[in-house]
Write a protein that binds this ligand. Structure first.
Ligand code: NCD
Length: 343
């Protein structure tokens, strides 16, 4: 191959990646079906939006005239506010459905509710639902982009993308990171999406938590994944420790005393010291201080908790921009243009 044909082949391959990223991703239902290129594409696209958060005027006109429906059938604080703020900063309007105050309480079915929203002609819908697979069910029936904001214990793709952005920024890479995920793995969509994402980059994943919160087929989720019962051993030499919320509503099925959990699994400063120096501590929130995490760790220099929240905004802006705005993959980036104009 001559240098020219080689260059042409590489350029074509890059174009194909852009095309594939753009054509295939009509919805964001999970991390599992994404390619490494697609994940990398969205993380790269989030970067200028991340910088844009520091701009004094935080509003673009990119999605002006578009409407994003936010259908949260399950309680949420940070994810709902993050999507609403991301939409607003892109200039879009939002339609808000909140489960507690909606007709769901009166017995309306999921599909009737989302069809009602659809009849008001939004340009895309963000869904959180307690049933695994609900966003996919909706995507098959509606003619608009669907973004999964957390479905049951299945996936929480935007959480995994914002976690990945945080790790990549701090460690400079995702390839081969050594991560420990601590807590209730069985019920955690955050854990599943993170396992799918990080294993695509060859991460070494150690899982630790009470035996009854470990899914039986855990190892089949990803290569390079192992369960380690003792927390000290699980954390030893880790680059990243991801702590999950103890879902107190589940502590009693079967019974596990809070004091037992604290003793055996809480992330304490002593345990953090077993990880690599400067290892990152991640938590998706909401955090129960004093239960899964010691307040000293939550507020310590290694904690990335608030950075994760800020990064969530950037990641969701990138996803709304591409999925709802339908921008070509190689279009000039709107946040970059604004930042350059401000220089
Ligand atoms: C998580 C969720 O809802 O899945 N929170 C979030 O979206 N940041 C985790 C949890 O509730 O424990």
């Amino acid at each position: 191959m001559t240098a020219w044909t080689e260059w042409k082949a590489a350029a074509e391959a890059a174009e194909n990646v852009k095309e594939t990223v753009h054509q295939r991703l009509q919805h964001l239902l999970g991390i599992e079906p994404l390619t490494v290129e697609q994940v990398t594409f969205f993380l790269d696209q989030a970067k200028p939006f991340q910088e844009f958060q520091r701009h004094p005027l935080k509003k673009l006109a990119t999605l002006r005239g578009k409407t994003v429906a936010l259908a949260f059938f399950e309680a949420s604080t940070r994810t709902r506010i993050s999507f609403a703020t991301a939409a607003a900063r892109l200039g879009a309007d939002t339609m808000n459905l909140q489960a507690e105050s909606s007709s769901l309480k009166k017995g309306e079915s999921l599909i009737d509710t989302v069809r009602t929203l659809e009849a008001m002609r939004p340009d895309g819908i963000v869904i959180r639902h307690a049933a695994s697979g609900a966003p996919e069910f909706v995507a098959e029936r509606l003619g608009m982009p669907v973004l999964n904001a957390g479905d049951g214990s299945h996936e929480h793709p935007t959480q995994a993308l914002l976690d990945a952005l945080t790790i990549r920024d701090r460690l400079g890479r995702l390839q081969g990171v050594n991560i420990t995920i601590l807590g209730d793995i069985l019920h955690s969509r955050v854990a599943r999406s993170n396992i799918h994402l990080l294993s695509k980059f060859g991460a070494r994943i150690r899982i630790c938590g009470p035996a009854m919160w470990m899914p039986p087929m855990l190892e089949s989720l990803a290569p390079n994944l192992c369960r380690v019962p003792r927390v000290e051993e699980a954390i030893d030499g880790a680059d990243v420790i991801m702590v999950l919320r103890v879902q107190t509503e589940r502590l009693h099925e079967p019974a596990l005393a809070e004091s037992d959990y604290i003793l055996r699994y809480q992330l304490t400063p002593e345990r953090v010291r077993l990880a690599k120096p400067g290892a990152l501590v991640l938590h998706p929130g909401p955090m129960i201080r004093g239960l899964e995490i010691d307040p000293e760790v939550a507020d310590g220099p290694q904690s990335c908790v608030l950075e994760q929240v800020t990064n969530g905004l950037a990641v969701r802006m990138a996803l709304l921009y591409h999925l709802i705005g339908g921008a070509p993959a190689d279009a000039p980036h709107p946040a970059k243009e604004r930042l350059n104009a401000a220089d």
